[in-house]
Write a protein of this length. Structure first.
Length: 176
């Protein structure tokens, strides 16, 4: 948990130090999670979408569905809209359907992140029974994504698959 907090808060501190607007940081964090979550969903073979390390936890596919559900939930709250796609976790099971749902959810959330400005920081919405500034709802979304990315990493590692965040980065090629 401490590592997760450091991973989330350190970039925010760097953003503040570099005078990057909070809304831009949130959008950048969402973009990173989008790459890692979609990459994880694509890397896991279809036959492992029902994989659960123990009976007490969600399967890999259920986590992907849950992530799509939560994207729609958090972003519909920020956008002031009715959730356009509830119950993905309960209705989709195939790899193709779950990846498509997750892509759709991120595309929907792009509207919320693209429309968010630091000026909107004073606008509040109801989240889990309390008033919350809209940009913080998007931060909660990013944190929730990071939490479940950790689950997906564990599932991938148990299947001897390298998660997207651990893949070697390509080195920039010198210009000719």
């Amino acid at each position: 948990m401490r590592t997760l907090l450091i991973c989330l808060l350190l970039p925010a501190a760097v953003a503040v130090a570099q005078d990057i607007p909070f809304s831009a940081f949130n959008k950048r964090a969402c973009g990173q999670m989008k790459m890692w979550l979609l990459g994880s969903a694509e890397k896991m073979p279809e036959e492992n979408y029902n994989f659960k390390p123990t009976a007490a936890v969600r399967s890999f596919g259920q986590i992907v569905g849950h992530l799509a559900d939560s994207q729609h939930l958090f972003c519909s709250i920020v956008l002031g809209e009715k959730n356009p796609a509830p119950n993905i976790e309960l209705t989709k099971t195939s790899k193709a359907d779950l990846i498509a749902a997750l892509k759709d959810a991120f595309a929907y959330c792009d509207k919320a992140y693209d429309g968010m400005t630091d000026a909107a920081a004073t606008q509040t919405v109801k989240l889990f029974g309390g008033d919350m500034p809209k940009p913080i709802v998007l931060t909660v979304n990013d944190m929730h994504d990071a939490e479940h990315y950790g689950n997906l990493v564990t599932y991938l590692r148990l299947k001897n698959i390298v998660p997207p965040s651990s893949e070697p980065r390509s080195q920039p090629q010198p210009k000719k």
